[in-house]
Design a protein around this ligand. Structure first.
Ligand code: NOJ
Length: 719
């Protein structure tokens, strides 16, 4: 850390009380209380309000406090401020780093115009369990995808400099292993091995730190029994000392106070002392002030100075000492036309075509029925928006506007949670009278996000019955899903020949969904998280490690075998293998699944060298993987080329496949495009407990393709 002279001088003048004021963010104070809190020296405020009210707080800070230190204004700007983008899980489905960066930049510009300087995003928790409602806020189950998109989001929020009027400080959260709560219940503990911690959960945080993230938030969970707000080894050891993180470690809301019910702190002063000793820099809630008298002599003063320095450096890098105010007249209070266009494109690019019998893109139809609770709902914004996010429209309106020559009938058939037989019967009658049906179903936004875990991942209410009724009508139909997590679709998926996963797409979702149905945009996204066949199968990550007894059915799900000759006869599973007696192998749809409106062929995969030495890898050498992708279909389209590695023989059991690279690119009809990836130590290494990242000699299979079940393979030998 290299504090400026200004920060050093300030620190030298501060009383302990003034220092402790900087080490907390008060959470959503009442309007009437906020000014007094700032006058009393509170350093940061969680403040979902207008530019004018932020300016008023800053005025108190710089005119009515002794040291004139401006405040940080924090807010959960998670997927948009005024213009709401698709939820992060949907953004992940786009497999489009540039898009994620642009969306974050848009959110930052809108938020900063209102005086917000600090967001608590991105969530880079690798999400192991779809019951956990917070999967909506992250980038899914894969550490590589999460690392790349998390870093892109950090770049988007923070721009070229935090002092820019369009930048805000980002927070990588929740450090760490919050994505593996036992039972999928939010806030629950995570008992992770050292290997999994390092190979799966820490890398996205490391990537965010490398991208320059300004802050990191401690998580609510325990790791092997130690609550993260008290975890010195990870907060100080790994994050600050090993990785050199010089930013601010912020606690989660009341996370310090929560050490008491966790049973590791006797009382509030104890909780505060333990947290700051562990490496926390800012407590979220305002507990520090409450216990100031009791902790003054207990806190390590060098630790306090270090934390205050970090906070002041952040304020300085945001330019707040030079100008704490924003131009209230220039506050962005509604989406601009370009912002809407970007959000619309993003919501379309996030769509995943789960299956298609050719009904999509839609051919013009005379009589169209729109059914399902999403036909007329405006609940498209998703799990984490502030009340001032721009509302979304209705799919029915967007559909009618796009198809003025069709007779568009809307019969919801059921609500999200309830419906009666008469409504279902009416939808069924309307379906029989239509030439085409679009079934718009899903989970309302409130079913995902914080404290929104579910034990049943089927469509709620009678929505599955609605799909069955439409299927029985015999009229061609398409199912569109909107949800914030992977769903269990087993009870109806075989009856629905065409299904699009649209997620919660934000302000422009209704228009984007119609763009996708019509073919104006292509649903070429890919699943960032596997869809389980049943809740009983969770967790079902694609990158599970080899078991000693992999279950295999010849010709199917070979992904779930190590190809070591345990196959039985066709469609017969060996008895003593790892599987459920009552479920097919593998997930319903695996990570990376999805297609588009055209087809691609892969040709000529080749490596620049068949072998590379561990010594060369250690020096940063790479092998180039080239592959030609040919658009063999009738339309221009996007392909998401994915590269997976399997380390065939290693000292530790390795994942059957592990994503190490990807690129989404447009390839015009009939065109051939060369995709190029560099494979080096980062792609080939495994985490060895006690040693760290190492590359072991041996054969590495590289599987390249548009989804896990359509890959071609080349082998690389490490010598
Ligand atoms: C609790 C959540 O876990 C965290 O992600 C969020 O930033 C804070 N509350 C503040 O709203």
């Amino acid at each position: 850390m290299n504090p400026s002279t200004r920060v050093e001088r300030l620190l030298a003048r501060m009383t302990l009380s003034e220092k402790l004021g900087q080490l907390q963010i008060v959470f959503r104070p009442r309007l009437s209380d906020a000014a007094q809190l700032v006058r009393d020296g509170i350093g940061s405020v969680f403040w979902p309000r207008s530019a004018a009210s932020v300016n008023a707080l800053q005025r108190v800070a710089v005119e009515e406090t002794r040291l004139r230190i401006p405040v940080l204004v924090g807010l959960d700007v998670v997927h948009g401020q005024r213009t709401i983008s698709p939820v992060p899980l949907a953004q992940a489905a786009s497999f489009d780093e540039a898009l994620v960066e642009q969306l974050a930049a848009l959110a930052a510009a809108e938020a900063r115009s209102g005086g917000v300087t600090w967001t608590f995003s991105p969530m880079v928790d690798v999400s192991a369990d779809p019951r956990w409602g917070r999967v909506a806020e992250g980038f899914g189950e894969d550490p590589h995808l999460t690392s790349r998109l998390g870093a892109a989001m950090v770049r988007g929020y923070q721009g070229s400099a935090l002092s820019e009027p369009t930048s805000i400080a980002a927070t990588a959260k929740h450090f760490v292993a919050y994505g593996q709560p036992e039972g999928g219940r939010d806030y629950n503990g995570a008992d992770v091995s050292e290997r999994r911690l390092h190979a799966t959960y820490l890398p996205p945080f490391h990537a965010a730190v490398d991208a320059g993230v300004a802050s990191v938030m401690a998580s609510f969970n325990t790791v092997a029994g130690r609550p993260m707000h008290a975890h010195r080894g990870l907060l100080t050891g790994t994050l600050k000392q090993e990785w050199g993180f010089a930013g601010v470690v912020v606690g989660d809301a009341d996370g310090v106070r929560n050490l008491i019910p966790h049973g590791v702190a006797a009382d509030s002063p104890d909780a505060v002392t333990i947290s700051f000793d562990a490496g926390l820099d800012v407590e979220m809630g305002g507990l520090v002030s409450e216990v100031e008298a009791a902790v003054r002599s207990r806190l390590d003063h060098r630790r306090v100075d270090d934390a205050v320095t970090r906070v002041l450096m952040l304020k300085e890098s945001l330019g707040l000492f030079d100008d704490p105010y924003v131009d209230a007249a220039a506050e962005i209070t509604a989406p601009s036309a370009p912002a809407r266009a970007l959000a619309r494109r993003a919501a379309a690019r996030a769509c995943v075509l789960l299956k298609n019998d050719g009904t999509l893109p839609l051919a013009p139809a005379r009589r169209v029925l729109l059914t399902g609770p999403y036909a007329e709902s405006t609940d498209h914004l998703g799990a984490w928006t502030q009340s001032f996010g721009a509302p979304a429209g209705r799919i029915a309106d967007a559909f009618r506007a796009r198809y003025p020559d069709s007779l568009v009938d809307v019969v919801p058939g059921t609500g999200f949670f309830d419906g009666d037989d008469a409504d279902l019967a009416e939808a069924s009658r309307a379906a029989r009278a239509a030439d085409l049906v679009v079934v718009l179903v899903g989970e309302p936004s409130a079913l995902s996000g914080e404290a929104a875990s579910r034990s049943d991942l089927r469509l709620p209410g009678r929505q599955e019955e609605l799909i069955a009724a439409i299927a029985a009508s015999g009229t061609p139909f398409v199912v569109v899903l909107e949800n914030g997590r992977p769903l269990v679709v087993a009870d109806w998926i075989d009856r629905a020949p065409t299904v699009v996963e649209a997620w919660h797409g934000g302000t422009e979702a209704a228009w984007a969904i119609v763009d996708v149905l019509s073919g104006d945009e292509e649903p070429a996204g890919r699943l960032p998280m596997s869809f389980p066949r049943s809740v009983g199968q969770i967790p079902i990550p694609y990158a599970h490690e080899n078991t000693g007894r992999p279950a295999t059915v010849r010709g199917r799900m070979e992904l779930h075998s190590a190809d070591i000759g345990l196959q039985g006869p066709d469609n017969v599973q060996e008895k003593y293998t790892s599987k459920y007696l009552d479920l097919d192998l593998g997930p319903q749809f695996a990570f990376g699944h999805g297609s588009g409106y055209t087809t691609f062929a892969y040709e000529g995969a080749q490596l620049s060298a068949g072998a590379i030495s561990t010594a060369a890898l250690a020096e940063g050498a790479t092998v180039r993987l080239d592959i030609d992708v040919v658009n063999t279909g009738e339309r221009d389209g996007d392909e998401v080329v994915q590269v997976y590695v399997r380390d065939v023989l290693a000292s530790l059991a390795q994942p059957v496949r592990r994503l190490v690279a990807f690129e989404r690119r447009a390839v015009a009809r009939g065109e051939r495009a060369r995709f190029r990836f560099e494979i080096g130590a980062d792609e080939l290494a495994l985490w060895m407990p006690g040693t760290g990242w190492i590359v072991e000699p041996g054969v590495f299979e590289l599987h390249v393709g548009g989804a896990l079940d359509r890959t071609t393979r080349v082998d690389l030998r490490v010598v």
